[in-house]
Design a protein around this ligand. Structure first.
Ligand SMILES: Cc1cc2nc3c(=O)[nH]c(=O)nc-3n(C[C@H](O)[C@H](O)[C@H](O)COP(=O)(O)O)c2cc1C
Length: 183
């Protein structure tokens, strides 16, 4: 698939088949994630890959959090995590100052997108999960992330059981001003 097709066809998938993911393919996606741009080559991304009992614990923590604070419809994290074959938690390393930290946050988001695109290219899929999961101390302990900023993402990964319909984007003309004189 070329880059345009890959980017446009990717979907956030929340229903997965009960089928394991090859560990080496997950590792391949992580290897690709770290080629994201990062200012000053800070390489600020940190990952924890969860499967088996750790994944079940993450799903249980997520259910507890959502019982306390119900998410918007279709935006829950517990459902996808209960079905996922693996999860990847992503956070950023501590930065020496706020400016570096802000740039690092953007770099981490770019790495997450790389990972999601590679997962899609492998034939499986992921959803970027947010909400209370990202700031919960028990989740942080489970993935052994040091204190500091919230996690950037938890990705639920697996073989898609159901691919949701395309969610159309606004027209580019509404969003873009070309400041490009031909003279
Ligand atoms: C920062 C962030 C947090 C998100 N949190 C959730 C979430 O908690 N649960 C969920 O189901 N989807 C979550 N999503 C996925 C979006 O809902 C999804 O990208 C959006 O609906 C567009 O669909 P698409 O990715 O299939 O194009 C999140 C996405 C981002 C970037």
């Amino acid at each position: 698939m070329n880059a345009y097709d890959l980017i446009r066809s990717r979907r956030s998938v929340r229903a997965f088949e009960p089928r394991p993911l090859p560990r080496e393919a997950v590792a391949r996606c992580l290897e690709a994630a770290v080629w994201a741009p990062n200012h000053g080559l800070t390489q600020p991304w940190r990952f924890a890959v969860l499967g088996g009992a750790a994944l079940r614990e993450l799903a249980a923590l997520s259910s507890t959090l959502e019982a306390r604070q119900p998410p918007d419809p279709g935006q829950d994290a517990a459902g996808p995590l209960q079905q996922a074959a693996a999860a990847v938690a992503v956070w950023q390393a501590e930065a020496p100052d706020a400016r570096t930290g802000a740039a690092d946050r953007l770099a981490v988001a770019a790495a997450v997108q790389n990972l999601l695109l590679c997962a899609w290219d492998e034939g499986w899929a992921g959803t970027w999960l947010g909400g209370p999961l990202l700031s919960d101390p028990a989740v942080r302990r489970l993935v052994r992330a040091p204190g500091g900023d919230d996690l950037a993402a938890v990705l639920a990964l697996g073989w898609p059981a159901e691919v949701p319909p395309l969610r159309p984007r606004r027209r580019l003309a509404e969003l873009t001003r070309w400041v490009w004189d031909e003279a």
